[in-house]
Each structure stands twice: as structure tokens, then as C-alpha cells.
Ligand binder design. Structure first.
Ligand code: SF4
Ligand code: SF4
Length: 260
């Protein structure tokens, strides 16, 4: 008897849709992806989308409206496993950098004034685990093809994804690069999740942290290291904030408290 296929849904909240695009861009493997599982919902790739029970939901983007929050809660209710895909879903993305509630309200007013929103109410951007339980995190901005295909194949086989937990520096060392920090170039490799193959330092370009922070990222140490090297405080904050989402806001808030 043929094994029942996994029911998978791929969803996009607020972001650039780069992760969904990356999946569509798996041109050679795309037919096999659709053969290996029942892709129940994937707006970018098909029109007959269904909202039924799912084995796995892959969710891209941050939650930036009340409607998206409702959609996300509904996805969680219908899915056995939820995987956050990409920086926005995992940590909030660029739209969540530095924004504490008051700053967000101030900036929002500056951009939109007092417009009445009828379709949905905007909300401060947050990663999806601010609202639901997330089973796995597939990092990247966008996610990497290799990690996506391996994660997909493992899940179809009934196994959890195997993802790197170590920083970009490890891949950088595998490739025997000279460390850019030793050349006084502000590289965020020590803070950033591996998986991209250290593509930037391999080309003598510092890592900007686009795969998001590792679980054990030593923000304090990198912050002081860059300060000691004479880099401007605002530049360090902005660079570290770009892809760290809500996490960096928490870090600097704590730092401000310590300074008082
Ligand atoms: S160049 Fe960057 S990624 Fe490579 S070892 Fe140095 S800090 Fe780490
Ligand atoms: S910025 Fe860092 S994490 Fe992003 S692709 Fe470059 S080396 Fe990789």
C-alpha cells in the first residue's frame, strides 16, 4: 500500500517573499517537491489553495497586522508541526530591528499620520513565536536552498530537520580564511548562525548577520570588541540590529539599564 503523503502548507506573512521565491527557484527539484508531499497551500506557486489540517506548515514573514496574527493562530491550530522560515519569521526581520513599542508608535504616526485602516489594523512587527509555539527555525535572509531541501526531505521522511547551531566563523575557518576582525573589519560572523557557507567572508566582505543570531550569540563581547577597535557606537548598534530582530532591542535596553 502506498504511504500517505504529508500535507504541507507554505505561508507568507510580512516580508519580501524571498523564502517562498527561493522554494519556487528550486527549479530542478520543484516537481519532486510537489510529488513527495501534498502541497495544500502555496500562494506563490498554485491557485487551488486549501485551508485544511496540515502535517507541516512552513511560515515566512513577521506578524505585522492583526489579520496576520489571526491567520497565524489559525495555521497553528491546523498544523501538527510549524516551521519558521527566514529571518522575519524567526526573529522579526529588519522591520523589527530596534523597535520598542513607543518608537514603533512614533515612527508609525510619522509615516502614516492618522489614516484609518479598514482592511486590517497594523501591529508592531514581531517574529511568529511571539504568538505561537514554533517547532523548528530555518534561518536565512533568504533561507538557503541546501538547508531547505535537506529539511524538506527529512520532514517527508518523518524526521526533524538537522540545522547548524554554530556561528558563521566555523564555516569561515573550514574555508581557511584570514579573520577580517584581525584586519579591523567589523565582521558579525561570531554572532551569526552558519548555513550560508560563509559566502561573504570568503569574498573578503564582512558578515552582516543576515542569517540571524545564534542561540548563544555573545552580543556583549562583539559589542565591546568593535568599540575597542574604535568603531562608532551608532554604526555598531545599527549593524548589530539589522538582522537580529527583537533580540537586539532587548540587548541594548539591558545595556542602557546597566549604564545607569
Ligand atoms: S572573518 Fe568573520 S566570519 Fe570569518 S572568522 Fe573572522 S569574524 Fe568569523
Ligand atoms: S551576511 Fe553573513 S550570514 Fe549573511 S550571507 Fe553573508 S556571511 Fe552569510
Amino acid at each position: 500500500m502506498e504511504k500517505e503523503k504529508l500535507k504541507i502548507g507554505i505561508y507568507e506573512l510580512t516580508g519580501c517573499a524571498g523564502d517562498a521565491l527561493l522554494i519556487v527557484d528550486c527549479e530542478e527539484e520543484l516537481m519532486n517537491i510537489f510529488k513527495a508531499a501534498d502541497i495544500e497551500s502555496f500562494l506563490m506557486a498554485k491557485s487551488d489553495n486549501r485551508n485544511g489540517e496540515l502535517d507541516v506548515a512552513l511560515v515566512e514573514g513577521s506578524v505585522s497586522t492583526e489579520k496576520e496574527k489571526e491567520e497565524l493562530l489559525d495555521i497553528r491550530r491546523r498544523s501538527k508541526v510549524v516551521v519558521a522560515i527566514g529571518n522575519c519569521a524567526c526573529v522579526g526581520g529588519i522591520q523589527a530591528a530596534f523597535l520598542d513599542k513607543k518608537d514603533w508608535e512614533k515612527n508609525f504616526k510619522k509615516v502614516y499620520g492618522t489614516i484609518a485602516f479598514t482592511h486590517t489594523k497594523p501591529a508592531q512587527s514581531k517574529p511568529i513565536d511571539a504568538y505561537i509555539r514554533v517547532d523548528h527555525y530555518l534561518p536565512g535572509c533568504p533561507i538557503g536552498k541546501e538547508q531547505f531541501l535537506s529539511t524538506f526531505a527529512r520532514m517527508v521522511g518523518g524526521n526533524p530537520p538537522e540545522l547548524y547551531r554554530f556561528p558563521v566563523c566555523v564555516e569561515c575557518k573550514w574555508h581557511e580564511n584570514d579573520c577580517l576582525l584581525n584586519k579591523d573589519i567589523p565582521c558579525l560572523g561570531p554572532l551569526t548562525l552558519a548555513g550560508c557557507g560563509s559566502v561573504c567572508p570568503d569574498h573578503n566582505i564582512p558578515c552582516f548577520g543576515c542569517w540571524g543570531p545564534t542561540e548563544e550569540a555573545n552580543l556583549t563581547s562583539e559589542y565591546h570588541l568593535l568599540l575597542d577597535k574604535g568603531f562608532d557606537l551608532e554604526m555598531i548598534k545599527k549593524r548589530m540590529a539589522n538582522y537580529s530582530g527583537t533580540r537586539i532591542a532587548e540587548f541594548f535596553a539591558q545595556f542602557r539599564k546597566e549604564k545607569r
